[in-house]
Design a protein. Structure first.
Length: 268
């Protein structure tokens, strides 16, 4: 058990880096890690709902990570209101629906949806123009009204259901609106906060059909959450200026590469 939480602490450091560089808030790192540890340490034959615990714990970690990163980036002057509001309000609405839906989806189905969404995102980033590179003469444009409203609701629903925050949808979206990767990933953190807050509240109040296990609040593994935050928060503070120093092309390729790695890990 001690080894498991040391592993979580180390991966918490990685979530801090991905929060700063990619706006993930930790979702795409914490979900496979917590899922793997729960699958290994669960009692044989117990219906432990490892994927539900992983998604719920991920949202709880994202509340703190995304809020802390948002505050840090706001102090650095990297946030632009027209890209965040009112889209964040519609993301919040979608997150309510997505969180409740996740509590009613089977564990295997949830895991398949998580992997499928990763695959679609990777393919979209590689095959459609406008993500890996943005023409230098292209003027950035805030999202249109339909994107802010219907798109925001969809982003919130999918992100809360899968425990990934909104970054994997908002970063490509803002990227194709002409923003550099450093700015697109910075905007992803405040847009992930409403997803994380709503998801955490729903998962904490959920009454999962799990065998009794100490340290659970609803679906949330509190000890895993604490270990992950113990690694992520100091890392965010140390790495807060790293995103602005990464070349734009390298930044976008690294984003897709990390998604491929997570997909492979989930497959294994």
């Amino acid at each position: 058990m001690l080894t498991s939480y040391l592993v979580l602490l180390l991966f918490g450091c990685l979530t801090g880096i991905t929060t700063v560089l990619f706006g993930f808030g930790g979702g795409f790192v914490t979900v496979p890690v917590v899922y793997g540890l729960w699958s290994v340490t669960a009692h044989s034959g117990a219906d432990v709902g490892a994927m539900h615990v992983a998604v719920a714990t991920s949202t709880a970690v994202m509340v703190v990570n995304s809020a802390f990163a948002t505050l840090t980036q706001w102090r650095q002057g990297r946030l632009r209101r027209e890209y965040i509001w009112p889209m964040a309000a519609f993301v919040l609405v979608g997150a309510v629906a997505g969180s409740f839906a996740a509590t009613r989806i089977g564990d295997t189905v949830l895991r398949v949806l998580f992997a499928a969404y990763l695959l679609v995102t990777i393919a979209d980033s590689l095959l459609r123009k406008g993500f890996l590179s943005v023409p230098r003469d292209r003027e950035p444009r805030p999202p249109s009204r339909p994107v802010r409203t219907l798109g925001g609701v969809g982003i919130g629903a999918v992100a809360a259901c899968l425990g990934v925050g909104g970054s994997v949808m908002t970063v490509p979206l803002l990227r194709r609106r002409g923003l550099p990767m450093a700015e697109a990933t910075a905007m992803a953190n405040p847009l992930s906060v409403p997803v994380a807050v709503v998801g955490t509240a729903v998962y904490a109040l959920a009454a999962p059909a799990l065998h009794a296990r100490a340290g659970l609040l609803g679906h949330i593994d509190l000890l895993a959450c604490a270990a992950l935050l113990g690694g992520s928060l100091p890392t965010i503070a140390l790495a807060r200026r790293a995103a602005t120093r990464v070349p734009d092309r390298v930044h976008s390729v690294a984003y897709v590469t990390l998604l491929v790695i997570v997909l492979l890990v989930m497959g294994i």
